[in-house]
Design a protein around this ligand. Structure first.
Ligand SMILES: NC(=O)c1ccc[n+]([C@@H]2O[C@H](COP(=O)([O-])OP(=O)(O)OC[C@H]3O[C@@H](n4cnc5c(N)ncnc54)[C@H](OP(=O)(O)O)[C@@H]3O)[C@@H](O)[C@H]2O)c1
Length: 255
């Protein structure tokens, strides 16, 4: 019998991460969940436990390296293994042109979006190698599209894609994939509609208003299924790739 898979997941208190936690529990995984909001995280963990799995919480800023270390340690102590890591925590700000953006805000963005991934990988790789596990870096279409005023976010997601490629070259035992979730109906989209007004170019902002008006935002639960499928079942041959939730090969992994 295969052992119960253990997944480390950042940004699990709401949005895509919360849906992924619940989907992973539904598929029988044990979880170590992280986000800053301890109460919301505990509520998600309780929903996961109700589905039959174990769910531990490690509240804290994933931009601080000790958070990732605490997550890996919690998995080692409780389960003795790590089968997958999903770095889902992500932040959009600063919404500002590169010429004017606050450098400290760029640093915060990269600390969460990019360095959080590096810290999670560093903390988990010893056990990921043993399990021949998977690392999924939640990226974005913004990794390959240049959206004015999203410089920090776009560049951090492009860096995540390349980090996946480098890790694939360095760590042959681990399957590392960058994942494109499409446009998901979460707080981040609300933030774009609200805080992007008057700052983003009007045509770009209007595009995001239209996504909501036209019902084109995906429910988090719809995107969580392929995200968890990739974390649990992506073949080794995909290591280093940037895959989208809607790709035919990704959809074929759904159970
Ligand atoms: N929504 C979309 O359309 C879309 C499109 C492309 C890519 N994505 C990507 O998908 C991922 C999930 O986004 P979402 O839409 O679900 O966003 P969201 O609704 O804003 O949720 C973000 C999650 O990240 C957590 N988080 C933020 N800062 C953190 C930190 N410093 N440490 C630990 N956790 C932190 C938040 O929890 P706390 O506030 O409790 O810490 C929350 O659980 C992100 O990487 C995002 O870039 C989203």
């Amino acid at each position: 019998m295969n052992p119960t898979p253990v997944i480390l997941l950042s940004g699990a208190s709401r949005g895509l991460g919360a849906a992924a936690a619940i989907e992973a529990a539904r598929q029988g995984a044990n979880l170590v969940l992280n986000a800053r909001s301890a109460d919301r995280l505990a509520a998600v963990a309780a929903q996961c436990r109700a589905l039959g799995g174990e769910a531990l919480t490690v509240p804290g800023d994933i931009g601080a390296p000790e958070t990732a270390r605490r997550m890996a340690q919690a998995a080692a102590d409780a389960f003795g293994r790590i089968d997958a890591v999903i770095h889902n925590a992500g932040v959009l700000p600063p919404i500002a042109p590169v010429a004017q953006a606050d450098l400290a805000a760029w640093e915060t963005n990269w600390r969460v979006n990019l360095l959080g991934a590096v810290a999670l990988l560093q903390a988990s790789l010893p056990l990921l190698r043993k399990s021949a596990g998977r690392a999924v870096l939640v990226s974005s279409g913004a990794a390959i599209h240049a959206y004015p005023t999203w410089g920090a976010y776009c560049a951090s997601k492009a860096a995540l894609n390349h980090l996946a490629a480098v890790l694939a070259a360095e760590e042959p035992a681990v399957t590392t994939v960058a994942f494109r979730p499409g446009i998901v109906d979460t707080d981040m989209q609300a933030q774009i509609r609200q805080q992007g007004a008057g700052v983003m170019p009007p045509d770009l902002h209007a595009k995001f208003l239209a996504y909501q008006r036209e019902g084109r935002l995906q429910p988090p639960e719809v995107v969580a299924r392929p995200l968890v499928a990739v974390a649990l079942r992506a073949p080794r041959a995909w290591s280093g790739e940037f895959v989208a939730y809607y790709d035919e090969k990704v959809q074929k992994l759904l159970v």
